[in-house]
Design a protein around this ligand. Structure first.
Ligand code: UN1
Length: 507
């Protein structure tokens, strides 16, 4: 039974009001379209060059004050943000669904990911540990400390419109850095909503400097302005490899720091000992979940030749039964592709499979009568006899390529033989295969899993990948160190001045 739901535009108006987002232009702004029905949700005003400059200057001023606030006190702001996010979780998740098109449970999961990183960052605010180091000189002490870095720019993508900001912003704030957020042009509303939620935390906090956090709305120009600005100490950018190739040289050219989280082309190896029921569920969630629009989505399935038909048939059957529709609807597991361009890329990738000699099942456009301006699709399975040129590219859509392998080393070689290096996994009950996959000669990705799919990482680990994925690491583990500057200090508490390495320089 389908529930009756308000139109996305009416729904968005209600949710934006509940979240306290005010001041959207009635006309003359830039339209924000909803992937659920392709209609305009509302309009937003873009920041012009002067407004961007003012936000950067405010962040620079805020840094001077924020860097001397004790880190545990900075953590208190993030603790309050976590509280405000818990209170607003349902509404923010609803807005994520309306703007990004992900199903309600995944949208709630994304907001939970923000809450989790808040908790992580609060703990971290009391653990920005340095080192004491043994000095070779008598009467000397050495230590390494971590100091705030400076204003941080976060450039985020449409598919995780709020969590990725939180991974960066929560760490940056406890590390002593102001944060300027340039969200995707496709998802400005969730950014404004998060800023409204954060404003409530800031009001409760009391004395945070003006301009500590801000949102810059705009297109490529606005992003480029921020990337070029020498006042920005760190640019953390999530998006396509092409975007990263544009950003990285600019930031490097001014000796800024960047964290890049770019394309993924993630694979799963299915071995003869794999638990097939668990494997098929892992495949379907990671290939079709979020309509294949995660950077961690499963795109390549490398299956032992003895099982390849069986696994492919099971996945094909699961794909054909997946409930596709309005992501707000109970029971729906697959929402829309984001827009026409995403659909065209999906069609082109399926054409490429055929040109490469493979066969495609699924991939049909659905719900055209109900939603002529939205892009719902049946996930597609591409069967190929061997890895193909099309498999080298990332297509942000639910298209899963399947190829057979003969021996395990060959499977690992296929897994690694793409330009990207984000996430990977092996399904096996053979401990030798599992350990080989995780060894120095195994997966070359930033993320390597055993008996789970490549997507859905927890915030406690460092997130990111190698090669064209950009090499950055965000979120857990010691990723916080990138938001700080390392300082080595040597203190002489003796009355003499011995030189290191035994150098003599007697005056
Ligand atoms: C992304 O798609 O940019 O591991 C991030 C995952 C999520 C994050 C994905 N926790 O799938």
């Amino acid at each position: 039974m389908t529930q009756s739901l308000p139109s996305p535009a009416a729904h968005a108006r209600a949710v934006l009001a509940e979240l306290g987002v005010a001041g959207l232009p009635a006309d003359g702004g830039v339209a924000v379209r909803c992937p659920i029905d392709g209609a305009i949700l509302t309009q937003v005003a873009y920041d012009d060059a002067k407004a961007v400059e003012a936000k950067v200057s405010a962040a620079v001023r805020a840094f001077r004050q924020w860097r001397i606030v004790p880190a545990p006190r900075r953590g208190e702001l993030v603790r309050l943000l976590g509280e405000e996010l818990r209170a607003a979780k349902a509404q923010l998740a609803a807005l994520v669904t309306l703007e990004a098109g992900k199903i309600a449970s995944e949208a709630a999961g994304e907001v939970q990911e923000m809450i989790d990183i808040c908790d992580f960052a609060v703990g971290l605010s009391r653990q920005l540990h340095g080192l004491t180091i043994a000095s070779e000189r008598p009467g000397h002490a050495m230590r390494e400390t971590w100091q705030p870095l400076g204003p941080v720019v976060v450039i985020s993508a449409f598919n995780f419109p709020v969590a990725v900001w939180a991974w960066n912003a929560c760490l940056a704030l406890v590390c002593g850095d102001p944060v300027i957020w340039k969200p995707s042009e496709k998802t400005p509303l969730t950014a404004l909503a998060v800023q409204a939620i954060l404003d409530r935390a800031l009001a409760r906090f009391g004395d945070a400097p003006e301009g500590l956090t801000s949102v810059v709305l705009g297109g490529r120009d606005a992003g480029e302005r921020l990337v070029r600005d020498p006042c920005i100490a760190l640019v953390s950018a999530t998006g396509s490899t092409r975007m990263g190739q544009a950003v990285a040289p600019i930031v490097a050219g001014r000796f800024g720091r960047s964290i890049l989280e770019l394309g993924g082309n993630n694979a799963m190896i299915v071995t003869p000992s794999a638990d097939l029921s668990l494997t098929v569920r892992a495949i379907v969630f990671s290939a079709a979940g979020t309509a294949g629009q995660r950077c961690t989505s499963l795109r390549r399935l490398i299956v032992h030749e003895s099982l390849v038909d069986k696994v492919a048939d099971a996945v094909e059957s699961a794909f054909s039964r997946l409930p596709v529709g309005d992501p707000r609807q109970d029971g729906v597991l697959l929402g829309p592709l984001h827009d026409a361009a995403a659909y065209q890329a999906f069609v082109a990738a399926m054409d490429q499979v055929r040109a490469d000699g493979g066969g495609v099942s699924g991939g049909e456009r659905l719900l055209i009568d109900e939603h002529p301006d939205a892009f719902y699709v049946r996930p597609a399975l591409a069967r190929l006899a061997a890895p193909s040129p099309g498999m080298q590219r990332e297509t942000f859509a639910p298209l899963l390529h399947v190829v057979p392998y003969r021996d395990f080393d060959e499977a690992v070689a296929i897994q690694n033989d793409v330009p990207q290096g984000l996430s990977s996994c092996v399904m096996t009950n053979d401990i030798r295969e599992a350990e080989a996959f995780l060894s120095a000669a195994g997966s070359d990705c930033g993320i390597a899993n055993v008996n789970i799919g490549p997507s859905g990482a927890e915030i406690g680990g460092a997130f990111g990948g190698e090669k064209e994925t950009g090499g950055g690491r965000e979120s857990g583990s010691d990723s916080w160190k990138q938001y700080m500057r390392r300082q080595t200090a040597t203190v002489n508490y003796s009355g003499a001045l011995p030189l290191a390495q035994g150098v003599r320089f007697d005056l």
